[in-house]
Design a binder for this molecule. Structure first.
Ligand code: FER
Length: 286
């Protein structure tokens, strides 16, 4: 091979390797068996309801709050805001996803940073129960209204009651389906508030890429982690795919996970929580 040719091949290889590194579409291994099974021999975190007055909705609302084993009011913690889907409420991640069990197990193995996990009700309207037609227009609209409730009501109330680090690099937002769309919309739209963003199987409420992220250079600078994932058997995968493609095109590093054989269900979302939570609030994610 001529040396100029060699150089071309070499630089092409190098380009591929660098691109792969920056835009990692890796396939993470499935969470190990037992990761979501309660273990009686470890210490557990605590889950409690937290009530706050929402000026946005005009009523008192409830979020669930997980504090880790060994929680102490003398320490300060980062916070993950973890959002549910269209048929869920503030109990969905606990009942359907055993989030508290997944977190307890990870924490016992020292695989996650000590963190507080806030699980709100993302349907910001007076009757926020997941009853009747959960696809009704007013209920879907309430998922968008939640941005104001979160930023103006819930976060300030959490930061008043709990010992948390009140900095963007200590706040994460992630969710499943409608909650995934909310996390991408609110997280990328409020980079002054959140540095860690995760969309699991994000729904059609995900803003179109140019609207979602009009200033990619800013996001590139400010994001600690952008996680986009979806099962390859999920009918909503096009929303994750188009978001990921925009990030690639605009050189915003993301972790894009397409889960082989994955549907729109808690098998995928628990697996996401298992992997995503281990990256949070650690220095080496970017
Ligand atoms: C839709 C399909 C799915 C939609 C929302 C969803 C608002 C949400 C699914 C979920 O949260 O699991 O057309 O429109």
């Amino acid at each position: 091979m001529k040396s100029s040719m060699k150089q071309l091949v070499l630089s092409a290889l190098c380009f591929c390797a660098c691109t792969l590194y920056a835009q990692a579409q890796t396939t993470l291994p499935q969470a190990p068996a037992g990761f979501d099974v309660e273990n009686s021999s470890i210490s557990k975190g605590k889950v409690e309801p937290f009530k706050y007055m929402s000026q946005t909705v005009g009523v008192e609302r409830t979020a669930m709050v997980y504090t880790p084993a060994g929680f102490s009011a003398d320490k300060k913690y980062p916070v993950l805001y973890l959002l549910h889907g269209i048929g869920g409420d503030e109990m969905e991640w606990l009942n359907g996803g055993q989030a508290q069990v997944v977190l307890d197990n990870l924490y016992a193995e020292k695989k996650i940073e000590p963190m507080i996990v806030v699980i709100p009700n993302g349907r910001a309207m007076k009757d926020d129960r997941a009853t009747g037609n959960t696809m009704a227009g007013d209920k879907v609209a309430a998922f968008a209204t939640f941005e104001k409730d979160l930023l103006n009501d819930l976060i300030p109330a959490i930061e008043k009651k709990y010992p948390v680090i009140k900095e963007r690099e200590s706040r994460a937002i992630a969710g499943l389906s409608m909650g995934g769309g909310q996390s991408l919309n609110f997280g990328l739209g409020n980079l002054d508030t959140f540095a860690w963003v995760g969309g699991f199987s994000s729904a059609p409420n995900t803003k179109a890429p140019e609207q979602l992220l009009p200033d990619p250079a800013k996001a590139k600078k400010m994001l600690k982690l952008l996680w986009i994932s979806c099962g390859d058997k999920d009918g909503l995968i096009s929303f994750s795919q188009r978001t990921h493609e925009y990030m690639v095109k605009n050189e915003v590093p993301d972790m894009y996970q397409v889960i082989p054989g994955g549907f729109h269900d808690f098998k995928v979302w628990k697996d996401n929580l298992y992997h995503f939570s281990q990256l949070l609030f650690k220095p080496a994610s970017k």
